[in-house]
Design a protein around this ligand. Sequence first.
Ligand SMILES: Nc1ncnc2c1ncn2[C@@H]1O[C@H](COP(=O)(O)OP(=O)(O)OP(=O)(O)O)[C@@H](O)[C@H]1O
Ligand SMILES: [Mg+2]
Length: 224
Amino acid sequence: MIEFKNVSQFFGDLVVLKDINVRLAERRIAIVGSNGSGKSTFARLINGLQLPTSGAVEVDGIDTRKDAKAVRRNVGFVFQNPDNQIVFPLVEEDLAFDLKNLGFRKDEISEKIDAVLSRYNMEGFRSHPVHFLSGGQKQLLAISGVAVMEPKYIVFDEPTTLLDLRNKRKVCKLIRDLEQTAIVVSHDLEFLEGFDRVFVFDGGQIVVDDQPSTALKQYMEMMA
Ligand SMILES: Nc1ncnc2c1ncn2[C@@H]1O[C@H](COP(=O)(O)OP(=O)(O)OP(=O)(O)O)[C@@H](O)[C@H]1O
Ligand SMILES: [Mg+2]
């Protein structure tokens, strides 16, 4: 379970999140809200990419401030732009890097890479230069790079924004079918139907916390 305990986030004088108290235990959680309402900040707080100004964020009882490394092992993060995430020149090198750091053997790493590439229909791209991948393929690689680590939770910050319709559908399906718990920031309301819980953010606060049908209706009214 992920828990926000009285979390506030300031940047200088700017209040970005205010007194957030929430427990996330559902398998599919979505976050919507206007630009600048604090969604990405909330997402980054979950895996300790950002530490709260006050209050605490805990993942399965581990405080992100006390053991960010352990938290990051359990919480994968997929950025909106895969270029922020892919660092190595070849697909297989990129997928191997974190696994090597975790101490997996060469043959184990190779097996895991084969499995993840096959799951996402990317088998042919194993020794492909990352540079030549399309935007959609890069996003799939970025997601593969997180999934291959088998974290318990995966946070996605607008994973479909850069994708064409076909790749968007592919990534949506892939997120729906994940074994892991997914927390997804998205402006794509259609995708969020079928989720277990939707938060609407406004001005750094959670103003709606409900099932998709109710929450998205309220959000659309707010945005009218
Ligand atoms: N590291 C930072 N330093 C200063 N201000 C920041 C920082 N990160 C975020 N902000 C500010 O916090 C506010 C909320 O930003 P955040 O990225 O969380 O919004 P968002 O809801 O994800 O918006 P969008 O829908 O545009 O992605 C914005 O005003 C942003 O400029
Ligand atoms: Mg954002």
